[in-house]
Write a protein that binds this ligand. Structure first.
Ligand code: TRP
Length: 454
């Protein structure tokens, strides 16, 4: 495709709010509502949260601005963006596409669980605070050999349907209403949760760090979560950045998206962990935490049944706006590089991702005895390799690329709209990108791998 056509066809977000909502829509998803609370529960609560916030400041904002800047400068997909500046770096983009592919395959399985819970909520299946019953219900749902795959298929079909329609119309329009609604509901659930008898233990667990709980594994888990939650490290924000207009303020966007995302994660943590303690559940329970705990909270709320339906619908919407961003990265690459049509690319890739998700789903139920990495089945392995390996490495390589290949003068020129915007922290950003982020990520990565496996 010639450059001219490329420019003409490329859609743009209609406003800064539109972009921020779409990027926040990508960032806010199952990573905040499902993964963050259970990761915090498994990794020492407040200790995890504290490390998460530290890494958010050091690495999160930094890499977010880097990805948006690279995307808007090149106006290209994740791989094309690298290629345009240096052919030799295209493989880093390819690594990102691979990560997106892997993430979506298990993400869609969890998306399927959410659809199942929307239906359970509609039929009043979980109007109880009996944690054993709720745990049993979740367990039998995810270990069933057939139904989770059926719902995984539905989730994938919804995702590909949106991606087929192109990027702007739908996503922007619905995000404007539904994302704020999600915040309001999370806030209400949080209020109910923290006022349950016995909830204060959980609030403390979540907010007061026990520094002794921190080890290499916790830090790598937090770093992986920063990348996962902010949709960083795989070119997703490069792609979204490529749709931003040249006169808009990237600096503000790189600040507001992570702030919104973190707000959602903290609200979700405060909605869930206090209730875990109030109902005498185990915070280290893992992926079932949200699905088991929140129904119990709803049962203690006036109109809880209705609330449950609305909430799981909003979770589903948040998951979809994230899933489309994952699929879009892979699709945009195949369209640009393999010259496929959008339709063919979307259908084939979604189909393959669905197929990879099937064994991931089975690995939780019938195949749970089968491990790929020590103690990790297919689902956990996909999560581990994408979240804790590919995303951090992708982020590290991006930082090195900006700092040492493309060059910070060029990056700052783009980020400030050719010097028109005032960027007081440009010097700090430079140091973070060139030195601190790559070194920090490398250290955390090596330490984390050592303490995970040895
Ligand atoms: N950030 C999303 C979430 O929290 C998931 C996601 C979407 C993602 N796009 C991504 C994760 C790109 C990593 C990279 O649910």
């Amino acid at each position: 495709m010639s450059n001219l056509q490329e420019k003409k066809q490329r859609e743009q977000w209609s406003s800064r709010l539109g972009f921020v909502l779409a990027a926040a829509g990508s960032a806010i998803g199952l990573g905040n509502l499902w993964r963050f609370p259970y990761m915090a529960g498994q990794n020492g609560g407040g200790a995890f949260v504290a490390v998460y916030l530290g890494l958010l400041v050091l690495v999160g904002f930094t890499i977010m601005l880097a990805e948006l800047t690279l995307g808007r400068y090149t106006q290209l997909n994740a791989i094309g963006a690298y290629k345009k500046i240096s052919e030799k770096w295209a493989w880093v983009g390819a690594l990102g596409v691979l990560a997106g592919f892997m993430i979506l395959s298990f993400y869609s399985v969890v998306g399927g669980w959410v659809i199942n819970y929307v239906i359970k909520a509609l039929t009043g299946a979980f109007n109880t605070a009996d944690m054993d019953a709720l745990g049993g219900m979740f367990g039998s749902m995810i270990t069933n050999p057939f139904s989770p795959i059926f719902y995984h298929a539905i989730f994938m079909i919804l995702t590909l349907g949106i991606v087929l329609g192109g990027i702007k119309g739908g996503i922007e329009k619905y995000s404007k209403i539904l994302m704020p609604a999600l915040f309001v509901m999370l806030f209400a659930i949080m209020l109910r949760s923290v006022t349950l008898p016995g909830a204060m233990e959980g609030v403390k667990y979540f907010l007061v760090p026990d520094w002794n709980a921190i080890d290499g594994g916790v830090i790598l888990a937090a770093l992986g979560q920063v990348f996962f939650s902010l949709s960083l490290g795989m070119g997703c924000m490069v792609t979204y950045g490529s749709y931003i207009k040249k006169d808009e303020n990237l600096l503000k966007s790189a600040l507001s998206v992570p702030l919104l995302d973190t707000g959602a994660a903290l609200l979700a943590g405060l909605a869930i962990l206090p209730a875990v303690f109030a109902f005498g559940f185990d915070p280290a329970e893992g992926p079932g935490l949200v699905f088991v705990t929140l129904p119990a909270v709803f049962s203690q709320m006036p109109l809880g049944g209705l609330f449950g339906v609305a909430f799981f619908l909003l979770v589903l919407f948040a998951a979809l706006t994230s899933a489309i961003s994952l699929l879009e990265v892979v699709v945009a690459y195949v369209i640009d590089e393999w010259k496929w049509t959008r339709k063919k690319a979307t259908l084939v890739i979604a189909g393959v991702i669905f197929l990879v998700g099937v064994p991931a789903s089975l690995s939780i139920g019938p195949w749970s005895g089968f491990h790929i990495l020590p103690n990790m089945g297919i689902f956990d392995t996909l999560d581990f390799i994408s979240g804790k390996v590919l995303l951090p490495l992708g982020g590290m390589l991006l930082a090195i690329f900006l700092g040492w290949v493309w060059g910070m003068e060029n990056a700052i020129k783009e980020a400030t709209n050719d010097g028109k915007l005032n960027f007081a922290l440009a010097g700090v950003w430079t140091i973070l990108i060139k030195y601190i982020a790559p070194v920090a990520i490398a250290v955390v990565f090596v330490q984390g791998i050592i303490s995970t496996f040895f």
